[in-house]
Design a protein around this ligand. Structure first.
Ligand code: GLP
Length: 257
């Protein structure tokens, strides 16, 4: 197993600063850059900082191709609750990513399996992502790769777990509108990313981060444990999400990863 690099910052603000600086440096160093985007509350400030940096002239997105991790099935891209809308609203509409370089999963129900196949082909054609931003669900999901008895490697449609439905409905304009299915990049595509940056903030993430970091097992029941197989993972957490990690890090350092 490889070592995951763990960075603990004071708070969400500093996590976002660290993450956006890291992303900017990576974008600057490449002629072409494939960026994998996550959604959820966690990366919102990171995206705001990227937008700011673009406006200040500190970063140029014209060399960037954007792919996203997941989408709810049944929502049109223009729906305010869709991840397409979220990514346009929080990042893509405010920076100079070329329209033809934006590849977002479309959750409209017709031809959803074809959409999944086409997405895998597109990822493959582009050499997968250079940097994949990830958040983490309270149950350890990455993208919408939910806890299961096996790992799904390609882009696929999945039933959302009861826990995810309960946790995520808070973000919907009307809670009963939340779909029960999603389409997500698979574990295989995530692992093919050249660099992975996982962000976790707030005390609600403490328990799952403890499980992921200190688990001796790689298990699809805690999907994020598979990241231990990747050679370039950076976890950026704030002190609240890292509470147990910080407590254990001194005494159980040999069990990390
Ligand atoms: C959502 C998304 C994930 C995201 C996770 C954490 O379900 N599918 O890609 O990383 O939940 O969300 P949050 O950042 O809001 O805690």
């Amino acid at each position: 197993m490889t070592k995951m690099r763990i960075i603990v910052k004071k708070n969400e603000e500093e996590v976002s600063e660290e993450a956006s600086n890291l992303i900017i440096n990576e974008i600057k160093n490449k002629e072409k850059f494939v960026l994998g985007l996550a959604t959820g509350e966690t990366p919102i400030k990171t995206y705001a900082k990227l937008v700011n940096a673009y406006k200040q002239g500190d970063v140029d997105f014209s060399n960037v191709k954007a792919f996203n991790l997941d989408e709810y099935v049944g929502l049109e891209p223009s729906d305010v609750d869709s991840y397409s809308y979220y990514l346009h609203h929080n990042l893509l509409d405010s920076v100079n990513v070329n329209e033809e370089n934006i590849h977002l999963l479309n959750g409209e129900t017709i031809k959803i399996n074809q959409i999944a196949k086409d997405y895998d082909l597109k990822l493959e054609k582009n050499g997968y992502t250079d940097l994949q931003i990830l958040g983490i669900g309270l149950n350890g999901h990455i993208g919408f790769n939910e806890p299961n008895s096996y790992y799904d490697f390609g882009t696929h449609v999945t039933d959302l777990s009861e826990s995810t439905i309960n946790v995520n409905k808070r973000l919907f304009s009307e809670q009963n509108k939340m779909p029960t299915k999603a389409i997500t990049m698979g574990i295989g595509s995530i692992l093919k990313s050249k660099k992975i940056v996982l962000l976790a903030t707030g005390s609600k993430k403490d328990e799952i981060m403890d499980k992921v970091i200190f688990s001796n097992q790689i298990t699809p029941e805690i999907p994020a444990t598979i990241l231990k197989l990747h050679k370039d993972v950076t976890i950026i957490m704030d002190e609240e999400a890292a509470k147990t990690y910080l407590k254990k890090a001194g005494t159980e350092r040999e069990n990390i990863n």
